[in-house]
Ligand binder design. Sequence first.
Ligand code: 13P
Ligand code: SF4
Length: 350
Amino acid sequence: SDPDLVARATAAKAALGEKVFVLGHHYQRDEVIQFADVTGDSFKLAREAAARPDAEYIVFCGVHFMAESADILTSDAQKVILPDLAAGCSMADMAVLSQVETAWETLAELGVAAGTVPVTYMNSSADIKGFVGRNGGVVCTSSNAERALTWAFERGERVLFLPDQHLGRNTAVLEMGFDLADCVLYDPHKPGGGLTPEQLRDARMILWRGHCSVHGRFTLDSVDEVRERVPGVNVLVHPECRHEVVTAADQVGSTEYIIKTIEAAPAGSAWAIGTELNLVRRLANANPDKQIMFLDRAVCYCSTMNRIDLPHLVWALEELVAGRVPNQITVDPATAEHARTALDQMLALP
Ligand code: 13P
Ligand code: SF4
């Protein structure tokens, strides 16, 4: 990275001292991650944000929904900053509050909303988390989805899972022993979700039709191809991948799990990793004694994670040094109160 920008970021961070805490998601660029005080998956970063009451500014190098969650979990006096406001998440955008409310009304008309527990993946807007909190549900991440679903099924007979169909299906079927037939796909663009009343009533998992465009690129062919090309390769994927990919893989887990697995792997072992490319490249560089490759030959970054680059980080830090607060992410208090209920419930999962 540009030595001038590195020097400016270093100087700005030093000038801010304890006032600033920089969080970095594992999908961030190397040039940004070098300035993170803590790196982590979504769950770890939410916990870290909540555990820094003394930091006046939390600079969140990640995407919008993560910064919103950090704002909800920190005190009113603390300010959360997203270095580029265009760092959104296409999956989070696939569930809009009005659509979810329509779905819930449909369930209420069928008389089954009361037995349905809403569960939302962290990758959703604060509005959606607020809806889930108001309706007795919980947030989950890729590292605690099974525990969140177990909690939900102790409270209801059916789950409405938002917005990632793949995490919902993979967790229910591969970790909890549900049948594929227990899951139905609710399409918010079709009346009634494109499902019959019987399908909605009989389903145990109502999966929202959302997905991650980055992880959606991995296919069963990607797995077959790498197994053929690299005999003995271990296939390790994120649970946002399609069901057939996760089923064919050897291991599945969050970004933090992927890192720990590679760190613990024996020298000489070969790994094809199905997740975002910045992380896979960093793992390859940090583990030269292992053969680390991207699961698909087609290169794929998360374009919104990549919006946060060193120039944006330098700009944000220098604005703070100058006494201005750039790109602050705030959640309105009414939404935040309910969203916090659902986030706290996640943090309290056994
Ligand atoms: P985790 O880091 O929690 O595994 O999530 C991956 C992701 O897609 C974040 O957007
Ligand atoms: Fe969203 Fe996928 Fe990017 Fe994660 S990797 S931020 S789910 S688009």
